[in-house]
Ligand binder design. Structure first.
Ligand SMILES: Nc1ncnc2c1ncn2[C@@H]1O[C@H](COP(=O)(O)OP(=O)(O)OP(=O)(O)O)[C@@H](O)[C@H]1O
Ligand SMILES: Nc1ncnc2c1ncn2[C@@H]1O[C@H](COP(=O)(O)OP(=O)(O)OP(=O)(O)O)[C@@H](O)[C@H]1O
Lengths: 221, 221
């Protein structure tokens, strides 16, 4: 069975070490901070306090015999680089490493990390994607069959009057309010012309509000 | 267009703030550490130094007007909780928050975080999964057509002689070495009986080594 080593028990490294231990595999963990070693000892037997940039300390801990080592040192870039080099030096065949920035990761790849992990960057990318996919068009359920849509005025409605018949005839939705220069208007008349930067609120049944959403996104792509 | 706020510019928060800025959306960022604010100012205009547990400071910064706020304070659990409460207090409709542990995340959900993110835990889970999926069975390419497989002796081969004809007749692979009690043997004879904990090495063509791998994994699931 393969043997593993986890170096650096920060928030990421601690979860990796604990996760491996829960899988029942052989894992040696190391950190220069005694407090981290004390905390991980509840889950892992082979937990050693050492400086992972020290080749002799790594060898004496038996880390040279593992199949896979994971270096979980992010902020201390110098330690992260020296540790990957030390592991390469003592012959660990597969090295994974955490990096905070792309450039840090590129350096680690060049010096021998088979795989670089970017926990914070990956999670940030995911949540940013979730946050921006609905910034221009939002729907609110009014009932099982009716919805309200709140949308940034698209270019194809700039210059259109809010009471224009096109909303009903082309889209089957009815404008009920709009925000112009920071002020919401609910009393609508023919002279209310939609402008860039305005927010429009319309009401309609599910099918037509969803259809409008698709058209809106397609035209804006 | 929606407005966003990012509170806490640690490694995760910094990437979220930068990512949102790159999407061209309105984002206000805040951190109690002036150094972080200085660094993010290269990417974000509205960057304010403040204590996010201070409701008045948040309001004065205009954070009460945003649609979505992301709290990126992990290690300082107290600040993370007080910040989510403060944002709820000033009426931010949607709050996302980072947490390091499940229990921290559960508290945040209870007090108003619509969504909790676990960057380190998620990344750790992913890499642990990658690391353990091949611990018992590993293949090495010998040539374009031939492979070697190194595997922990499965229960269905315990008690079998290493020179048994079953390897050739049932699997079309040939044992070439095995490790017993830490010692590798390449001279094989009939009395070499495979035991629990042994590692077996076999040679065969691609198709049969792959077929063995599938059977091995299926029988052990
Ligand atoms: N040279 C070293 N030898 C051993 N352990 C080290 C060394 N340098 C750093 N560490 C340990 O690695 C751990 C993580 O380090 P660091 O805080 O730099 O990484 P991080 O990626 O920012 O952490 P996190 O995963 O919590 O975000 C710490 O517990 C630290 O003690
Ligand atoms: N009360 C507070 N008000 C404003 N900013 C705060 C507050 N508490 C913490 N911060 C900031 O939040 C950031 C992240 O905090 P912390 O280091 O606790 O989180 P972390 O999740 O461990 O970070 P990382 O994402 O780097 O792993 C830091 O820059 C810190 O200055």
């Amino acid at each position: 069975m393969k043997q593993f080593a986890v170096i650096g028990l920060g928030k990421f490294g601690f979860h990796v070490a604990k996760g491996l231990a829960q899988q029942g595999v052989h894992v040696i963990v190391a950190d220069k901070n005694e407090e981290q070693i004390r905390e991980i000892s509840e889950y892992v037997q082979d937990a050693i306090t050492l400086d992972s940039t020290d080749i002799r300390a790594l060898s004496e801990a038996g880390i040279g015999q593992v199949d896979v080592a994971v270096v979980c040192i992010g902020e201390n870039i110098e330690s992260s680089i020296l540790t990957v080099m030390a592991l390469k030096e003592i012959g660990v065949p597969t090295i994974f490493a955490k990096a905070i920035t792309r450039i840090h990761g590129q350096i680690l790849s060049k010096i021998g990390a088979a795989r670089v992990v970017y926990p914070e960057m990956e999670a940030a990318k995911k949540i940013v994607k979730t946050m921006v996919k609905n910034i221009h068009y939002e729907t609110i359920d009014l009932s099982i069959t009716m919805k309200i849509a709140k949308l940034d005025v698209p270019y194809f409605w700039v210059g259109v009057s809010i009471l224009s018949p096109l909303f009903e005839s082309n889209y089957c939705v009815k404008p009920i309010a709009y925000k112009h220069q920071g002020v919401w208007q609910t009393t609508l008349d023919n002279e209310d012309i939609l402008e860039v930067g305005d927010i429009l609120v319309v009401i309609g049944d599910n099918a037509h509000i969803e259809a409008l959403s698709k058209q809106y996104k397609n035209k804006l792509e």
